[in-house]
Design a protein around this ligand. Structure first.
Ligand SMILES: [Zn+2]
Length: 296
């Protein structure tokens, strides 16, 4: 016998969730034959006096140790619509209260299994997930073998800023630290695939790093195919100046250590204002602009 082809009888669907991104993610996958609407817990519990839907998807919406909002909404729904089936989602179904499980017409489903559930139990033929939209270059990279004021190494602002630094002044370890950092960065990036994502690069060039920061600037500039910003203290200035003249690099002066200036650059990138931070080694527009790119 041939398998029966699933086709959904659902026409009207309500998705209740306090996270609009979550509502959209489900809507994007539903076929056009389903008229799906979204509501926050508040809208769904206080602003609707009747529920004219074939199915309601209701999220538990309990974060941290807060009470579950979904449970309250469920009570409102059941007072006014005792019969409409409800799919109740939670990432931790074990934490959903027994009252929810025992409510008539309610099925508890793990959030990440919801779409599968709709296919299996309601014959919903899902749309393919939408392709990711390619964004303008987003990541700015700050590289220093010293510590950067206000910033431990890591990513910030949803991937907007990558800070590669050291937990203190590297001093005599500077060359070694700088070499390791560059290796780490090279392992993290697939240059051919990722270089379009890099918006700008800022590298500290002090005395202790010797020629390592300059080398890093040259490598990154070449492989990311962009003009890199070198933030250098005035020690050994002639050498730095000569190097820069022969490379595709912009040179700016900072104090020895560069901690404050590179921290201030990070603040500008993230839009953070701090009391007492008012010295910038280069113009704000230059920090925020996309680096000048070149083709090889
Ligand atoms: Zn110096």
């Amino acid at each position: 016998m041939k398998a029966k082809k699933n086709k959904t009888s659902l026409e009207k669907l309500l998705i209740i969730n306090d996270d609009a991104d979550d509502i959209k993610a489900v809507m994007d996958r539903l076929p056009d034959s389903i008229n799906a609407q979204g509501a926050s817990q508040f809208q769904a519990s206080c602003m609707m006096d009747k529920y004219d839907f074939d199915l309601i998807l209701l999220d538990n919406d309990a974060n941290d140790r807060k009470e579950s909002k979904g449970e309250k909404t469920l009570n409102c729904i059941r007072e006014r619509a005792p019969e409409i089936p409800v799919v109740y989602t939670s990432f931790q179904p074990g934490w959903v209260s027994q009252e929810v499980y025992q409510t008539k017409g309610v099925t508890v489903v793990k959030t990440d299994e919801l779409l599968d559930y709709l296919t299996k139990m309601h014959g919903v033929q899902l749309k393919e997930p939408q392709a990711q939209i390619i964004k303008a270059p987003q990541v700015s990279i700050i590289l220093s073998y010293n510590h950067i004021d206000g910033y431990d190494p890591g990513t910030y602002g949803d991937g907007k800023l990558l800070v590669i630094s050291f937990d203190k002044r590297a001093n005599e370890m500077a060359k070694e630290v700088a070499k390791q950092q560059l290796t780490k960065l090279y392992n993290a990036f697939d240059w051919r695939a990722d270089r379009d994502k890099i918006r700008n690069v800022f590298i500290y060039d002090g005395l202790n790093g010797g020629t390592e920061p300059g080398r890093a600037a040259a490598c990154l500039g070449h492989d990311a195919r962009m003009k890199v910003n070198l933030l250098a203290c005035t020690c050994d200035w002639d050498r730095k100046q000569k190097f820069v003249d022969s490379m595709y690099v912009d040179l700016y002066k900072v104090g020895c250590g560069g901690n404050e200036e590179l921290g201030a650059i990070a603040d500008v990138i993230l839009g953070i204002k701090r009391p007492g931070r008012n010295y910038l080694p280069m113009p704000v527009e230059k920090i925020l602009a996309e680096a000048q790119k070149f083709a090889i």
